[in-house]
Design a protein around this ligand. Sequence first.
Ligand code: F6P
Length: 343
Amino acid sequence: MRIGVLTGGGDVPGLNAAIRAVARRAFQYGYEVFGIKNGWAGLVEGGLEPLTLRSVSGILHVGGTILGTSRTNPCKSPADLASCISHVQETGLDALVVIGGDDTLGVAQVLCEAGVKIVGIPKTMDNDVPGTDYCIGFNTAVTVVAEACDRLHTTASAHHRVMVVEVMGRHAGWVATVGGLAGGADFILVPERPCDLDLICKHIRRRWEEQGKSFSIIVASEGAEIYEVKGEEELGETDEFGHVRLDRRDIGKNLARAIEERTGFESRAVVLGHIQRGGSPTVFDRVLATRFGVKAVDLIQEGQFGCMVALRGNEIVALPLTEVTGRAKEVDLKLYDLAQIFY
Ligand code: F6P
């Protein structure tokens, strides 16, 4: 059996742990494993490199991905899609393990329909892949957000400022909600719950007048909807896959300016950006990635394809790719409401 493995979309800490787990489990079954470079771009071009015990050793704790990644979308071009299929055939790959978020897994689903045998592994710091409680990379990202909030509390309180912390997450509020909850945020803004600027400002004033708190930490998702604070989506700049670049909205900066104008409180914006995706994975992400990688190869061994591994409670299960692609999982609003108790 010859297995190909690729990582697509934005990188996250934990990808290498998953690659290592796929390779090590596959070697146990006597399979050969090949790394496909730079996501779907590598399959379009047909470049494979054999993975060995040596090449996957020492990478469990290392961020990024030894295979490289890209946001290449072969579904944009029939010729690219055909190249992917013919390269799978020409290189004699019996199955692929595809590690990615909704975009990458969506392409996997299209290739499955064309007869390629695939098992998917969900990764994205956005945690918006349906069907799984957690994706690889989310836990590390929210750990970074919580630590940033801890650090910003001390400087915000020293200067009596409002700090707006802009976090990633695309159109889902998972990173803002869980990171903000863990970091003791005084207000959290997510795409799923549009909000009035007035409400935010009243809350900041109330904290000062009723609780004597002269500072506030506001965690805002890059895709947050705040009625009077316009993001710059109209610019319409997209990434390689075709998604609008939400960082271009500058929601953190625009919100900090609006709060300062309306309340008179000095305000600053901090954009955490790619720091949320950098560095070493947390213990949770290392273990999750390891469990996902082993399960993916076990499914191949059992002859189960066209599915994605998923965490349900504490169990790793398999779900059809058709059930998990083409839509995003919104934040759990019960968690969002829980965070509000502490505003
Ligand atoms: O999907 C992961 C993510 O980090 C989003 O949260 C963010 O909007 C986007 O990728 C950033 O993409 P890039 O790495 O292309 O700037």
